[in-house]
Design a protein around this ligand. Structure first.
Ligand code: PEP
Ligand code: MG
Length: 753
């Protein structure tokens, strides 16, 4: 009977295995030695190693105890036999009487008849099973928990050594699928436009196999304890709201705390360290087991918990690394691969080398996506199973136009993408030539093209694009990428930098638009049933005037007597606008009382994002100095379709009669009252949509920096009057969408859309 003491505390076993594996001689001989060592120390009559072939079959590679004739002959398909079952489940199988198990499949060539007790554990790498390690005994018995743990640790060391190429040369391993090799194409969601081809860089790389084994258990235990208590303290502080570095909401934090204090988790980590792993390897070991196990779960709740656990593991690794920094050196054409990125993570990488970003999760409103767009780095997210299918250095393509990732693409796909990258480059060069050309339509109407911004990095684009100003400065971005609530000084400095960079060009600052999909980690937020319809934007500002007033104070201070434009997001009633405007006036008076300069000119505007206002423009417009239509929100509310939910977000067309009629009503009311109006949703940055807006009479469009060139090209070739006639006829259409008709119209007018 296997005695757990045989390897408990006996780290030398892991060393022996390592030495056997790393020693000279043919790989087969070394593997044979390893199974012998394991069998001996586990007091097992049989020990076998199966490795995964590219066709997903598990092949017997070495055995002690079974018939040697079966080596390289016995193969199990996924789900076939007990080995196939372990591969399918990604977790250990511990059986007193293996032949009784329904999945048991008898292979006469192995001569395994007399063995009853069976313990098999997966060789895991990331969330993939690359092999199976089995021990068997004649007697009927269940292996103890300690034995299962021991075998799993051995399996981890084996998996890392096999996968790192230390064990066998590539030639010897031919046909063994240690890492995915086939080309894969994964469909995700577009987070940031553009195309990129480069080499995969893992944001969370696996622990190097040379750093798996520790020399000093006590020291390693101390490191683990220190990191665990650091982690617990950090979570407690986060929960108390005293510290800012969090990218999770309150109930996620509660779950973290639960896990962090979970004895099972703590014990698994400690056991792994006791058995000779480094603290980092222990985290990896427990993590890959959870990933393989929970990754199978269909239940969305369980899958969510897996994400929480992953976050916790990442945090623990950071505590272990001590420096807290995540960024690494990059190759020249890096495509960063991550599950998700926290605030500021992306900004830590060298932008000159970063070509693209692929995320397993996230949303287009997530921090990483916001920063990627600001940096003009193509990004695709929600790529299910991404990290399990890609290894460091793999060639990968980010297709931000279709929302796809290509892993290890075929040569013809690479050629096609390179051609598309070249076309984009040429188009960009053409747009750059238009930078200083004013945007007049062919019939002489001046269209002002402005830029949307929100981060310091955006300011560089202001000069590059030739935008006439910033039509929407999203002040909440500073809050979202900060680790704690930006104070008066920090806000003032940013706003001043923006105004300095803009010079004479106007900047429209939008007050904090938080809530909905934009949650601040360090602000306690109640969970809402319908966040998009909830306590957000100006509603929050009016209920928490301290925050709003602080921001207005920062804006007035940053203006230092220059003109100031401020607008409020998601105003849904004229009363809200009235109250919000009163705060601006109070703050200006406050500054003046203290002898500080008031803005030389003050324009206060409202965003039109709530459909209610479309039917109250006659009351609203006289109170405002300008308005700006936020089509992202206006359309989500008009069509009752959550803009952040990929299942419904693309279901309704902005180029449809209801959307265009709403826009036309706004434009007409503004023209009648002489109220300056702009459009600042993403729609304004897409040439065809912008064409429709110009046709409806809009003359100020604010868009992402990348939209300015293409939209200007459209404007320069557009005959506004002809476009107006064509589009107004389409407003009466009974079709659900008039996109095709608008496209035909644009083509007929020879527009570059
Ligand atoms: C909009 O809703 O169109 C808009 C510009 O604001 P945001 O996208 O920041 O909500
Ligand atoms: Mg909005």
């Amino acid at each position: 009977m296997a005695a757990p003491v045989a390897i408990r505390g006996q780290r030398s076993l892991l060393r022996q295995i390592r030495e056997a594996l790393a020693g000279g001689g043919p790989a087969q001989q070394r593997l044979d030695m390893v199974v012998r060592i394991i069998a001996l120390s586990m007091v097992a009559e049989v020990c076998s190693i199966y490795l995964r072939r590219a066709n997903a079959e598990m092949e017997l590679f070495a055995t002690e105890g079974l018939d040697l004739k079966a080596v390289h002959v016995t193969r199990m398909k996924p789900g076939e036999g007990l080995v196939g079952e372990i591969m399918r489940l990604g977790r250990p199988l511990n059986l007193a009487d293996a032949p009784e198990h329904p999945a048991f499949s008898y292979r006469p060539e192995t001569g395994e008849d007399p063995y009853h007790a069976f313990l098999g554990v997966p060789l895991l790498r990331g969330g993939r099973t690359i092999g199976v390690l089995v021990v068997q005994n004649r007697t009927e018995r269940i292996y103890s928990e300690d034995e299962v743990e021991d075998l799993q640790i051995i399996a981890m060391v084996l998996a890392e050594m096999v996968a790192s190429g230390e064990l066998m040369t590539v030639g010897e391993l031919e046909g063994v699928e240690l890492a995915p090799r086939r080309p894969e194409r994964i469909k995700g969601s577009k987070f940031a436009e553009g195309l990129a081809y480069g080499a995969a860089v893992l944001h969370e790389p696996p622990v190097a196999s040379s750093q798996l084994l520790s020399d000093d258990v006590a020291a390693e235990q101390e490191r683990l304890d220190a990191a665990l208590s650091g982690l617990k303290d950090q979570i407690d502080r986060m929960l108390e709201g005293q510290h800012g570095l969090v990218d999770a909401s309150y109930d996620v934090l509660e779950t973290y705390r639960m896990f962090a204090h979970d004895r099972g988790w703590n014990r698994s980590l400690e056991d792994a360290v006791k058995n000779g792993l480094t603290a980092e390897a222990a985290v990896e070991r427990v993590r890959s087991e959870h990933r393989a196990r929970l990754g199978q779960a269909r239940d969305p709740y369980l899958r969510e918990r897996l994400h929480d656990l992953e976050d916790l593991n990442d945090r623990l690794l950071r505590h272990l690394s001590g420096d807290g920094s995540v960024a690494r050196d990059l190759p020249d054409n890096a495509i960063l691969i991550a599950r998700n990125l926290g605030p500021a993570d992306l900004l830590e990488y060298d932008r000159t080398k970063l070509r693209g970003l692929l995320l397993e999760e996230g949303s287009s409103a997530s921090h990483a996506a916001i920063v990627a767009r600001a940096l003009d780095i193509p990004c695709v997210g929600r790529l299910t199973g991404l990290r399990d299918q890609v290894s460091e250095g793999d060639p990968v393509i980010v297709d931000g136009e279709t929302g796809e990732a290509f892993l290890r693409p075929r040569a013809d796909i690479i050629r096609a993408i390179q051609a598309r990258i070249e076309v984009r480059r040429q188009r960009k060069a053409e747009f750059a030539k238009l930078r200083d050309t004013p945007a007049f339509t062919r019939d002489g109407v001046k269209i002002s093209l402005l830029m949307n911004a929100g981060l310091d990095v955006d300011l560089e684009s202001l000069a590059d694009t030739g935008a006439e100003g910033i039509g929407l400065f999203r002040t909440e971005f500073q809050f979202m990428v900060s680790e704690e609530l930006p104070r008066l000084g920090g806000q003032t400095q940013l706003y001043a930098r923006v105004m300095d960079a803009a010079g004479d060009r106007p900047v429209t600052f939008r007050t904090l638009d938080l809530g909905g999909d934009k949650v601040l980690p360090y602000m306690e937020a109640e969970r809402e049933e319908n966040p998009a319809l909830g306590w957000r934007a100006v509603r929050m500002g009016l209920d928490r005037p301290a925050l709003l007033r602080l921001q207005l104070r920062a804006l007035i201070a940053a203006a230092k007597g220059r003109p100031l434009r401020v607008m409020f997001p998601l105003v849904a009633s004229v009363d809200e606008f009235r109250s919000a405007r009163a705060f601006v006036e109070t703050e200006v008076a406050w500054a003046q009382r203290r002898g500080r300069p008031a803005p030389s000119r003050l324009d206060v505007g409202a965003m039109i994002e709530a459909p209610s206002l479309v039917w109250h423009l006659d009351a609203l417009l006289p109170m405002t100095d300008f308005v700006s239509v936020g089509t992202n929100d206006l359309m989500q509310y008009l069509f009752a379709a959550d803009r952040g939910n990929p299942r419904v977000a693309d279901r309704y067309d902005f180029l449809s009669p209801p959307a265009l009629r709403a826009m036309e009503a706004i434009q007409r009311a503004c023209a009648e009252t002489g109220t300056p109006v702009s459009v600042c949703g993403e729609m304004a940055g897409r040439p065809l949509e912008a064409f429709a807006l110009v046709a409806l009479g809009f003359e100020r469009l604010s868009m992402p920096a990348t939209g300015v060139g293409p939209v200007k090209q459209m404007v320069l070739s557009c005959d506004r009057e002809a476009a107006r006639r064509g589009v107004s006829a389409l407003l009466k259409s009974s079709a659900g969408s008039v996109r095709n008709e608008i496209e035909t119209l644009a083509r007929k007018l020879y527009l570059a859309v």
